[in-house]
Write a protein that binds this ligand. Sequence first.
Ligand SMILES: [Zn+2]
Length: 164
Amino acid sequence: MIYKYCPICGNELGIKSSWDEGMVPYCCEDNILFFDIPKTVVLIAVLKEDKILLLKQSYIYETCRVLISGYVTNGESLEETAIREVFEETGIEISNVRYLGSYPLSEKDFLFVGFVGDYIQGDIVKSEEVENAEWINIKNAIEEMKDDTIGKQVVNQVLKILNF
Ligand SMILES: [Zn+2]
């Protein structure tokens, strides 16, 4: 996001040179540069044998299924975010969280970071923000996720590296 006003004091931002970054919005009151950095969102493919855990969340997509996702909290590693989000949204415990790739969506200020993790234990106990959470055969996942373009890239990466 390119800031015009300081989110701390509300003053209109000036601009300041920051070495290789060039001219960057700057608050002289708070002495802070506001770089155009994205919000980091973790996407996590949870696997249980040949099944993957997918959600229905109409506020994201009306009809299709999506991967579990969530914002990284300050102070948390990406792997910790993945483990926390899966537990919060579905009650499932996972381990062996592995990085798959990163997927920028600049028009929405997002950087998605894809992970895969293995089911350890738990039955699905979905949170309020989830309408449905289900284990889907991974071979059918892509066709269930038609609007989730980035989620599909993550699942394709899982299919590629794990030879399903
Ligand atoms: Zn300020």
